[in-house]
Design a protein around this ligand. Structure first.
Ligand SMILES: [Zn+2]
Length: 419
């Protein structure tokens, strides 16, 4: 359903407002990531800033995958925090199709190995010989073995998954198992074009063993690739002060996370920093210059920010002085700021310590990209890649870095609207 709001009609949305219970605020001490005591230990002897508490509260909910109950709970929590800070809120919902593994598996000699269907894989249940393909499964490697009517087991690397699968099809294979070149699962593997045969990915640990065995022992495996496209409903949380229909600046960051990842740094950190800036300006005229947005569906392809931009009128976008996006700002000492030259110039003056990077680097990576694509000047706040990215270990951030990012964002926001 879409509703044309009475105000300057900038948006086709489904609007709902809800009221939810929220945790209480606290103050913080500087802690480096390595020494991080557990949440329980901290509660006993330290107090926290609200921004850090928000990160912990979002993390403690579990992975905030778009379209899941945890994600909905997180959006309700964020909405309630903005309301407590004196803002009105809207939930913008949008739908998109997402590939999801509905329970694929691989069984050999009665032992089941965890497997994931690759995005773009044909569904299929098979029982066939397993044949190891040498090297990295180039066409000439398939010529060295006979995979006709068999399932080919291949190693990741050097060429794209899709090329390996094409080579397997051309050699007559009926299925493909791709062994990850890392110990973990090959979750989220993507074929750049739909395959005619089913394709599963398995972890390096399991795969190296199975590959080695298939070189010496004739093996028959049972194989079930069960990937499906499902419709996901995303929920952007939009906060603004009463009557502010056309902001000068949008401050945002995504709150969804990937499967299995608690998403402390990616991206409870950015979500909490934007909320913190909103709180800090809530009783000042600055609050009426901005909208504050927690985007959903970013991890599945920038769906939330794309839906927002697509629903906005050209007039609304053209009147924006800038979109400031915060993503992964809780780990790594160096704050990186990149984006449109007219905004990085301002950032350089206000934040001389920050490391700047150009628009080319900033463009594709996160929720500022759909705005940039529509000509809105953008600024991207980011602290760089880190070992826990998109993993179960993305559980902690450094509260000092959150506070530093909030201050940098606040100062640049002020300068931007007064400029
Ligand atoms: Zn992110």
């Amino acid at each position: 359903m879409s509703v044309k709001p009475q105000t300057k009609s900038w948006l086709k949305v489904v609007l709902t407002t809800t009221l939810l219970l929220t945790p209480i605020a606290c103050a913080v001490q500087n802690i480096t990531t390595a020494q991080q005591p557990t949440v329980k230990q901290k509660t006993q002897n330290q107090t926290y800033s609200q921004v850090y508490t928000d990160v912990q509260n979002l993390v403690n909910m579990g992975p905030r995958v778009a379209g899941t109950p945890i994600n909905e709970k997180a959006s309700a929590y964020i909405e309630q925090q903005y309301r407590k800070a004196g803002y009105r809120t809207r939930i913008q919902t949008f739908t998109y199709s997402k590939f999801r593994d509905a329970g694929s598996s691989l069984t050999v000699d009665g032992t089941t190995i965890k497997a994931n269907a690759l995005f773009g894989s044909a569904p299929g249940k098979l029982s066939a010989r397993l044949v190891a393909v040498p090297n990295k499964a180039r066409a000439e490697d398939f010529a060295k073995v006979n995979v006709k009517g068999a399932i080919a087991i291949v190693k990741r690397g050097e060429i794209r998954f899709t090329q390996k699968v094409d080579n397997a099809v051309n050699a007559g294979a009926v299925g493909v198992v791709i062994v990850n070149n890392k110990s973990g699962n090959l979750a989220g593997g993507t074929l750049t074009q739909k395959s005619k045969i089913p394709v599963l990915g398995i972890s390096g640990d399991d795969g190296d063993k199975l590959y080695a065995r298939s070189l010496t022992t004739p093996l028959t495996i049972n194989f079930n690739a069960n990937g499906q496209n499902v419709d996901v409903t995303g929920r952007n949380v939009i906060a603004f002060q009463e009557g502010v229909t056309q902001p000068k600046v949008i401050l945002g960051g995504h709150f969804d996370s990937v499967e299995l990842a608690p998403g402390a740094n990616d991206n409870a950190s950015g979500t909490a920093v934007v909320l913190d800036i909103a709180r800090k300006v809530s009783n000042t005229p600055l609050a009426r210059q901005a909208w504050f947005i927690a985007f959903d569906g970013e991890e599945d392809g920038l769906h939330g920010s794309r839906a927002f931009v697509d629903a906005a009128t050209p007039q609304f976008l053209s009147e924006l002085k800038g979109m400031m996006n915060f993503d992964m700002v809780g780990v790594n000492d160096k704050l990186l700021i990149g984006g449109s030259s007219e905004l990085t110039k301002i950032a350089q003056v206000v934040q001389p310590k920050a490391q700047l990077f150009g628009a080319s680097y900033a463009n594709g990576a996160s929720d500022h990209a759909p705005f940039a694509a529509r000509g809105v000047p953008i600024l991207f706040f980011y602290r760089g890649m880190e070992p826990n990215y998109h993993s179960r270990n993305d559980k902690t951030v450094d509260p000092k870095l959150l506070d530093e990012t909030t201050q940098a964002g606040l100062d640049i926001f002020k300068r931007l609207v007064t400029n």
